[in-house]
Design a protein around this ligand. Structure first.
Ligand SMILES: [Zn+2]
Length: 367
């Protein structure tokens, strides 16, 4: 049935005004004019309901409601379209340049560690770590340093169980104490923070038979005061090779290959006689000064050489402690400070800089 002329009149009035309503305010005004509960034209139509014959009321009410829905839908759709034109591409300006994220870097000590690990992996070595908390046997005794050995004085040890007041741990100096006043059994039972990665040599050799080719990177601890060349915690590399017929020449060749890989082809290496309880003979290893090329400067104290590591042929007493036959096997070992290598490589003159995490320092290293 055709719409009641009154309803059709309101529809036409709305359709006449709708196209020109192109702002939020105009749409709001249009909405109020037709749909407002108080004064809207549809409200006025509904009020005429009571004047109709009862049989006409139902159709009339439905027709008004249909028109109401039409008007609401039209207004809502246009409002949404207006909103969309205000947010091109979902509100993102795709022509803006991106934000630059700061680039992270590898810590210089980690760079040195990775490089050394690469060098020795290519030479067929195994890389392993060991416990930082050690016992007296692995850190000292099996490395040819029995409880009263004077060489224990070379490494100020951090013990985890408190020593007897005024006493001394074996040969280890202790405030106000005397050498040897703690019973040997107690010394042997001590737990400590390892003073060198050499402790892992013992653990490995006790577990596996020769041949041995290992590198042990890791943290070690000494009772040192913090200054520009000492930290109570630092990082070492231990190298150990054991087999039949291993000689000092193998040690020298290995060290030369490592130093060339770390510092460049032109670097020279020299061995100086030294002493460590667990190697015989023992040698300090120097590399030619990179700063002056060997002619002498402040960095190398005018000598042309820089001390870089300690090394030697494994002492037969160490082989005996782990159950290797010292008549059959020989081997070499070396221990090197990672900080020392990083300092020489990057020209850093204060070891504390590696542990302060100052971004101004760390940002100077290559990515
Ligand atoms: Zn120099």
């Amino acid at each position: 049935m055709p719409d009641n002329p009154a309803i059709q009149g309101v529809r036409e009035a709305f359709l006449a005004q709708f196209p020109a309503a192109s702002s939020d305010q105009a749409l709001k005004a249009l909405h109020d004019a037709f749909l407002s509960r108080k004064s809207g034209q549809l409200t006025a139509l509904m009020k005429t309901l009571s004047t109709l014959a009862p049989e006409e009321r139902r159709d009339f009410g439905q027709a008004v409601n249909t028109l109401k829905t039409e008007i609401e839908t039209a207004i809502d759709e246009k409002r949404a379209a207006l909103e969309a034109t205000r947010q091109p591409s979902g509100g993102v300006d795709v022509t803006l340049p991106g934000r630059t994220l700061p680039m992270g870097r590898i810590h210089p000590l980690m760079r040195v560690r990775r490089d050394v690990e690469d060098i020795f992996t290519h030479m067929g070595y195994e890389i392993l770590e060991g416990p930082e908390v050690e016992d007296d046997f692995h850190n000292f005794e099996a490395l040819n340093m029995p409880p009263d050995h004077p060489a224990r004085d070379m490494q100020d040890t951090l013990y985890l169980d408190a020593p007897v007041a005024g006493g001394t741990w074996g040969a280890h100096r202790f405030e106000g104490g005397q050498r040897g006043t703690v019973p040997e059994a107690q010394v042997r039972a001590a737990t400590l923070l390892r003073t060198h990665t050499s402790a892992m040599q013992i653990r490995y050799m006790k577990t596996f038979p020769p041949p041995v080719r290992i590198i042990v990177p890791g943290r070690v601890y000494r009772r040192d005061n913090l200054d520009r060349s000492h930290t109570p915690m630092f990082q070492q590399f231990e190298g150990l090779v054991v087999g039949e017929g291993i000689t000092l020449a193998d040690l020298k060749g290995t060290l030369e290959a490592m130093m060339r890989a770390l510092f460049g082809e032109g670097v020279k290496v020299r061995l100086r006689p030294s002493f460590f309880p667990y190697t015989e003979p023992s040698a300090e290893v120097d590399v030619s000064c990179r700063a002056c090329g060997g002619s002498g400067c402040g960095t190398c104290k005018q000598t042309g050489w820089l001390e870089i590591l300690g090394s030697g042929m494994v002492h037969p007493a160490v082989f005996e402690a782990v159950g290797y036959d010292p008549d059959k096997y020989t081997g070499f070992a070396f221990g090197m400070g990672m900080e020392r290598v990083a300092m020489l490589r990057y020209g850093v003159d204060d070891i504390r800089l590696f542990y302060e995490n100052d971004l101004r320092f760390l940002e100077q290293f290559p990515v």
